[in-house]
Design a protein around this ligand. Structure first.
Ligand SMILES: [Zn+2]
Length: 297
């Protein structure tokens, strides 16, 4: 009983403390959110602990330096257009056939080889990378974790003590869902997804990529989902809103914010560059190391 009281008291103290110190203004959205993990130091702490697990579960880095470098270069150029260019950005192509992309705090971004193989131009890749960069600049993981902490209460005590084991970080990060080989995938709220979409459009257009490329990605997801009929390889769809609703929303935003989108001298798609730098070398690679079918047996 006494222990329970102590925990309740600590939790309440934590909540008061959080009310005093946990609200921060986000640099990308300008909005004030509850986030105990807003400092780059705590973001790096989370990312460094979770990244090796994510990478391993998705087959490790793709065995192609040119593909890895090409994606990393585009990612860095996009991130340089963001509100947090100073982060230690890292873009890793993982050797997995599943269709997914995800972001850890402090700018650790992963994209699967399966997703790369579905694009047919650079604007589409810029759209997905821009969206993931948006999750990072808007600090969505920290916000999700802060919410989970506040809900569980216990987390706040752990957070104050700063003693959180590796597995706990992964559990907290996975406050939403768990899939496949035991890796916890981040699941954001719909408003966070919308925010990431808008930030993604901002970054990709600053580099001159056609924002319609991001709509093409949603169309691609919709097509893939219809073709697969619930196949779990469309992993991206388990953590993201339905593509149709995003297409509708993106179409409205693009015609309002980027009315010049049909101007092909202002905005590029770059299918040739994508073909040469990604699709051709990808076709010559051995089968992906990550085999989701084998893992679920
Ligand atoms: Zn997202």
């Amino acid at each position: 009983m006494r222990r329970v009281m102590i925990i309740v008291a600590l939790t309440l103290a934590g909540l008061l403390w959080s009310a005093a110190t946990g609200c921060v203004t986000n640099p990308a959205t300008g909005k004030t959110n509850l986030n105990f993990f807003a400092s780059t130091e705590s973001e790096l702490d989370i990312a460094n602990q979770a990244a090796p697990e994510f990478k391993k579960a998705y087959g490790g880095q793709i065995p192609s330096t040119p593909i890895q470098n090409y994606v990393s270069d585009l990612g860095h150029r996009l991130a340089a257009q963001s509100e947090r260019p100073e982060l230690p950005w890292e873009f890793t192509v993982v050797d997995s056939p599943v269709i997914n992309a995800f972001a850890l705090p402090a700018g650790k971004i992963f994209i699967t080889r399966g997703l790369l193989s579905k694009f047919d131009n650079e604007a589409q890749l810029a759209g997905v990378l821009g969206h993931e960069i948006g999750h990072v600049t808007a600090q969505h993981v920290g916000q999700q974790m802060s919410q989970a902490y506040t809900i569980t209460g216990l987390g706040i005590v752990l957070g104050i003590a700063g003693e959180v084991a590796d597995e706990d970080w992964l559990k907290i990060l996975g406050a939403g869902t768990s899939l496949g080989g035991g890796v916890y995938l981040l699941s954001y709220g719909r408003s966070q997804e919308n925010q990431a979409d808008e930030l993604g459009l901002r970054y990709m257009t600053r580099l001159g990529y056609n924002p319609v490329g991001h709509i093409q990605v949603m169309e691609l997801f919709a097509r893939e989902a219809a073709a697969a009929g619930g196949n779990q390889q469309i992993e991206f769809l388990s953590t993201h809103p339905h593509p149709e609703s995003r297409i509708e929303r993106l179409t409205k935003i693009i015609s309002k914010q980027y009315p010049d989108y049909q101007n092909t001298t202002t905005y590029k798609f770059d299918p040739e560059s994508y073909q040469t730098n990604i699709l051709k070398p990808l076709a010559n690679l051995p089968a992906p190391k990550h085999n989701p079918a084998q893992q679920s047996q």
